[in-house]
Design a protein around this ligand. Structure first.
Ligand code: URA
Length: 183
């Protein structure tokens, strides 16, 4: 895959990475989960969401009725930003083609954006997650239903917010079921 050797971004994220982290899961998945960017664990292992936040993401998915292998998991950025800083707009722009290819290939029937960075970049907005959750958005030409929830790393810091995330997952499930075929 071309992304393995990618050196496109102007801020040279490729110089600091161990490897690119493209995505993982079922390429025929109905649900596509999109996070922010690889962290240290993901950079080492080459797979998104494998650290503590990843374990919590697995639990979140189970709350929605899915095992990790049944969905597809990707990030806005395919390389780890230094010290896990937020992605810059130009990095997101450089990486966007890869995410768009993933969306085109998988053709998910629901996108779950976890965290503000994913939500803002997919929806072209900068509202707080607290305002973006609880309503169905749509992504791209195919108007794929998109639901926003908190990032699992945020839940690790604020476990009392878990209740809201569980509600978001039930909401996503209802949206998905109301738009047709289930897995
Ligand atoms: N946080 C993310 O947004 N993505 C990962 O892959 C890991 C942590």
């Amino acid at each position: 895959m071309r992304v393995v050797r990618c050196a496109a971004c102007t801020r040279v994220l490729h110089e600091g990475r161990t490897q690119t982290v493209f995505g993982t899961g079922n390429r025929q998945a109905d649900w596509l989960i999109i996070g922010e960017a690889p962290g240290a664990d993901e950079d080492r292992q080459g797979e998104p969401f494998v650290g503590r936040a990843g374990l919590l993401l697995n639990e979140m998915l189970l709350a929605a009725g899915y095992r990790r292998e049944q969905v597809y998991i990707a990030n806005i950025l395919k390389c780890r930003p230094p010290n896990n800083r937020n992605p810059h707009a130009d990095e997101v722009q450089c990486c966007h083609g890869y995410l768009q290819q993933q969306i085109d290939l998988i053709q998910p029937r629901l996108i779950l954006a976890v965290g503000g960075i994913a939500a803002h970049n997919l929806l072209g907005t900068d509202g707080p997650v607290g305002k973006l959750r609880g309503t169905v958005h749509h992504y791209g030409d195919r108007q794929i239903p998109l639901v926003v929830t908190y990032h699992p790393a945020y839940l690790l810091r604020s476990p009392l917010e878990k209740r809201k995330v569980w509600a978001d997952l039930q909401f996503a499930r209802r949206i998905f079921n109301s738009t047709g075929r289930d897995i």
